[in-house]
Design a protein around this ligand. Structure first.
Ligand code: PXP
Length: 241
């Protein structure tokens, strides 16, 4: 069965809006776990705009499920990952001015650089994922870099306004999933997924993980975090293996 990992960055964004201590992301993570999340995802950005180093450390100590760390492929982040030992790191591109991650990592021509970057993480028992667009050349390059997982970027599909555009983006993702699986990569999906657009993947076999943040936190404002996570966990649990 695919699993649901909940991204809690927005909780930290709200906390940081007043530079205080509430809402506490660690408490949010515990509620997500109790509601059925299979793991917690945080993106430690270079500018620390939401998640902070302390959050990663305390989550590592307190989570009962798994901790996935999204990060840029920098020396600083590699050192933090080696120190805190998340279950998985997902390498993402990072631009200071962006509102959120805008696209997949460029892996083409960087296969050796990425393989060298991942090697110490793998040696420490940390699994790796590369966040890539549903582009065959990027998927092939990610595979050549020696990652175990890729996370296919679903944001363009989620953002598409017109039916034809959305269908075209979905087709690209479905082809990307098939290609990645043929190469032996494990496939996760994430970005912009919500309670309805995720249903397009219900019958797609072999997806490991859905990485979802914004839609769950948006619903949580109205129905509470427990219900919002339970609703999404039920959606993902209804999908094919
Ligand atoms: N996957 C990656 C790599 C991301 O950067 C994000 C956003 O932080 C997500 C998944 C979750 O996206 P959303 O918040 O739109 O569900």
């Amino acid at each position: 069965m695919p699993v649901l990992c909940v991204n809690i960055d927005h909780v930290a964004t709200l906390r940081n809006a007043r530079m205080g201590i509430e809402p506490e992301p660690v408490t949010a993570a515990a509620i997500c776990e109790l509601a059925g999340a299979d793991g917690i995802i945080v993106h430690l950005r270079e500018d620390r705009r939401h998640i902070r180093d302390r959050d990663v450390r305390v989550l590592r100590e307190t989570l009962n499920t798994r901790l996935h760390l999204e990060m840029a492929a920098t020396a600083e982040m590699q050192a933090i990952a080696l120190e805190t030992e998340p279950d998985m790191v997902c390498l993402v591109p990072e631009k200071r001015q962006e509102l959120t991650t805008e696209g997949g990592l460029n892996c083409i021509g960087r296969e050796k650089e990425l393989a060298d970057y991942l090697a110490p993480l793998h040696a420490a028992g940390i699994r790796s994922s590369l966040f890539v667009d549903a582009d065959p050349a990027q998927i092939a390059a990610a595979h050549a870099a020696g990652t175990e997982f890729i996370e296919i970027h679903t944001g363009h599909y989620a953002d598409a306004k017109k039916h034809a555009e959305r269908q075209a983006e979905l087709d690209k993702i479905l082809m990307g999933i098939e290609m990645a699986q043929d190469l032996g990569l494990k496939v996760n999906l994430g970005h912009g997924l919500n309670y309805t657009n995720t249903l397009a993947f219900a019958c797609v076999p072999g997806i490991y993980e859905y990485s979802i943040g914004h839609a769950i936190m948006a619903r949580a404002i109205f129905v509470g975090l427990d219900t919002a996570v339970r609703d999404m966990a039920a959606v993902v649990a209804s999908f094919d293996d």
